[in-house]
Design a protein around this ligand. Structure first.
Ligand SMILES: C[S@@+](CC[C@H](N)C(=O)[O-])C[C@H]1O[C@@H](n2cnc3c(N)ncnc32)[C@H](O)[C@@H]1O
Length: 230
C-alpha cells in the first residue's frame, strides 16, 4: 500500500507550482533527474532514448519538449528535425538549457518559459506548426485532472499528422509492491510528484482524441506512451 498522503494528493485539482519551481530552481548541478547527458544509462536515459525513436523525427518536424530541464532531449533531437522548442517552468533549468545548447553548438533549438497547462506563457507557440511533442519525466508533476486538461490542450495546438510521446513514471502495478525500487526510478513520494496509473493515462489520451496509442512498459513503475493524431 502506498501512503494515505499520496492517495489524497493524487486527486487534487492543482499542484503547488511555486514549490515545484523552487525545487527545480535549486536542483544541484549533478542531479540525475535533469542531467545534460542523454546517455547516462539510468531509467530516464532509457525512456528518453526510446521516446526519440518513437517520435520518428523528420527534417521537416517542429518538436516541442515540455519540461525540458537542462535540455538534453531537445539537443539530442535537434539534428533530426527542423526546429526544437524546449519549455519549462523553472528559470534556472532554462538558463542551464541555454548554456547546454551554446556548448553543443546547435542553432535550431530555443527555450522559453512555459508549462503543460500554458505552453505559450512567454512565446506564442500556437502558430509555428508544432507537429511533435515529447515530455520526459515531467508530466508526473501534474495532478491527474491537470494531466487530462493539458494533453487535450496540446492536442488542439498540434499540427496534423502529429505525435505526442510521453516517457515517465506511471503505474503498471501497485507502487507499494515496488518500494525497494523507488530510488531506481526516481520516485520519492514527495508532494510534488503525482504519477498516474496506466489506465488513467490511457483515458487521458482517449479523451484527447488520439487516433492511435501505443504503450510500452519499461519497468512496473515507468513507461512510454506514443500517440498519433491523424
Ligand atoms: C525530472 S525533470 C526532467 C527534465 C528533462 N525532461 C530530462 O529528462 O532531463 C522535470 C522537469 O519538468 C519541469 N516541470 C515540472 N512541472 C512542469 C510543468 N507544469 N510544465 C512544464 N515543465 C514542468 C521541471 O521544472 C523539470 O525541469
Amino acid at each position: 500500500m502506498i501512503g494515505y498522503s499520496y492517495e489524497v494528493r493524487h486527486l487534487k485539482q492543482h499542484y503547488d507550482r511555486r514549490k515545484l519551481e523552487q525545487e527545480f530552481d535549486s536542483l544541484p548541478e549533478a542531479s540525475p533527474i535533469a542531467d545534460i547527458d542523454p546517455f547516462k544509462g539510468d531509467i530516464i536515459a532509457m525512456v528518453g532514448a526510446l521516446a526519440l525513436d518513437y517520435l520518428d523525427l523528420d527534417p521537416g518536424d517542429t518538436l516541442l519538449d515540455i519540461g525540458t530541464g537542462r535540455g538534453r532531449w531537445a539537443v539530442a533531437a535537434s539534428p533530426y528535425c527542423k526546429k526544437v522548442i524546449g519549455i519549462d517552468i523553472s528559470r534556472r533549468m532554462l538558463e542551464d538549457a541555454r548554456s547546454n545548447v551554446a556548448s553543443a553548438d546547435v542553432e535550431n533549438v530555443e527555450f522559453f518559459r512555459g508549462s503543460f497547462e500554458n505552453p505559450c506563457e512567454e512565446a506564442n507557440l500556437s502558430k509555428i506548426g508544432i507537429n511533435k511533442v515529447v515530455a520526459i519525466y515531467s508530466l508526473h508533476h501534474l495532478t491527474d485532472p491537470m494531466k487530462m486538461e493539458a494533453i487535450s490542450n496540446l492536442a488542439r495546438i498540434l499540427k496534423r499528422p502529429g505525435k505526442i510521446v510521453i516517457g515517465d513514471i506511471m503505474w503498471f502495478d501497485d507502487p507499494g509492491k515496488h518500494r525497494d525500487e523507488w530510488e531506481d526510478v526516481y520516485f520519492d513520494d514527495s508532494d510534488t510528484d503525482h504519477p498516474a496509473s496506466i489506465s488513467f493515462m490511457r483515458e487521458v489520451f482517449q479523451h484527447s482524441g488520439a487516433d492511435e496509442t501505443e504503450i510500452v512498459q519499461i519497468h512496473p513503475l515507468v513507461g512510454l506512451i506514443s500517440t498519433t493524431f491523424l
